[in-house]
Design a binder for this molecule. Structure first.
Ligand code: SAM
Length: 363
């Protein structure tokens, strides 16, 4: 049995909770998964046109809310049990008011302790941001000062030429490198560098990425490409799987597996036999981890998405605009989260593309 199938059968074995029993306590879905991570997209504009994500022709498609509205929504989720907030996009560093938003988020406190007990004096949120790094050099220090804990920078090649071929933005590599180094220097760490490997584009760089992790002191994470692109270019043969990455890295230098930080961690973690460098591999295609999913997403236009692959989203902003009280909005969130999908169906017959693409959801 594959790891992925184990995850799925875990879900099948769980007794779904009745919707009517979902009104109290920490936010959970009907499979009993606690929802502790919220990803908030603050814009679906992006200054890159990465070949595996965007067509290069489409621009932003959804409206942006006032920062105050995102903060209101985050507060509701935090009151229900969210502990980690990741800001994303589009490209979040394009959004004005971002530093002030982080400042406000840093004042929020969790409503539950790590052991699940409700508390009046919670802990600070775990605040992270995912960025392409293009504007990070000048924003790293202000974001750190505002209270951001960590950044993840997407970087799909370690050489300038391949990087430009993927992002389709000239002279982008040096800017991202400067952003990564600045983030590291100001303590927005551990800095993670995410790389989506595409066969025939950047799969020749696995070993150079290992060097990069060891030399720069960053965690490199390889992510399997998912069918979330704007056009219909996804093909399973182009996905570089976890097994292949592990084999290549082991030939470069023996890998040593690291234990997970938490059950819901998406990456399998490794270092090398000398303990230098860290590699994570996120394998949603070859080893789905839906059984431990703890995430929901809020889109830039204020919709809740319960899965990257959802066929629809849920209009929290509409409920807010209609003047719902916080009690009513919390009840709405509970009801929607209850219906979170069991899992995705990538690669299965009848797979349907989700109703939005990655850049318009927030990865
Ligand atoms: N602009 C920011 C950035 O580049 O990190 C945040 C948004 S971007 C959509 C978030 C992450 O999603 C990036 O690491 C990107 O590489 C990844 N991504 C985009 N499309 C993907 C896909 N189809 N499969 C897997 N990851 C994808």
């Amino acid at each position: 049995m594959t790891h992925g199938m184990t995850e799925l059968s875990n879900i099948a074995a769980l007794e779904p909770v009745e919707e009517s029993r979902a009104g109290h306590g920490r936010l959970r879905d009907k499979f009993g998964r606690a929802i502790t991570d919220l990803r908030v997209s603050v814009t679906d504009r992006c200054n890159y046109k990465c070949v595996y994500c965007r067509t290069g022709n489409e621009g932003a498609q959804y409206t942006e809310l006032a920062i105050e509205d995102y903060l209101h929504m985050v507060r509701l989720f935090v009151s229900l049990g969210v502990e980690k907030v990741r800001l994303t996009g589009g490209e979040p560093l394009l959004r004005s008011g971002l530093v002030e938003m982080v400042q406000e988020l840093a004042t929020m406190r969790t409503s539950y302790l790590p052991n699940g007990e409700a508390t009046e004096v919670g802990l600070p949120l775990d605040l992270a941001l995912t960025t392409n790094g293009h504007l990070l050099e000048s924003l790293a220090q202000p974001l750190k000062d505002a209270g951001l804990d960590r950044v993840t920078v997407s970087m799909d090649a370690v050489d300038a030429e391949t990087f430009t071929a993927i992002t389709r933005v000239p002279r982008s590599f040096d800017k991202v490198m400067a952003g990564i180094r600045k983030a590291h220097a100001v303590g927005l760490g551990p800095v993670k560098v995410n790389c989506v490997l595409l066969r025939g584009f950047n799969d020749g760089q696995i070993e150079q990425f290992a060097d990069f992790s060891r030399q720069e002191g960053v965690i490199v994470r390889f992510i399997e490409w998912m069918p979330l692109e704007e056009d219909r270019s996804w093909k399973r043969e182009m996905v570089v799987s976890m097994d292949e990455i592990v084999e290549r890295l082991n030939a470069y230098r023996p890998l040593v597996e690291l234990s997970p930080h938490a059950a819901s961690e998406t990456a399998k973690r490794f270092t090398f036999d000398d303990g230098v460098g860290e590699i994570g591999i996120i394998a949603p295609v070859s080893r789905p981890f839906c059984g431990h999913c703890s995430r929901v997403r809020l889109t830039s236009d204020g919709k809740i998405r319960t899965c990257l692959f959802s066929q629809s989203d849920h209009d929290l902003q509409g409920e807010l605009r209609r003047g719902g009280t916080d009690r009513e909005l919390e009840a709405y969130i509970r009801k929607i989260v209850m219906r979170k999908e069991a899992r995705h169906h990538i690669g299965e017959p009848g797979f349907e593309k989700p109703s939005r693409n990655m850049v318009h959801i927030g990865g």
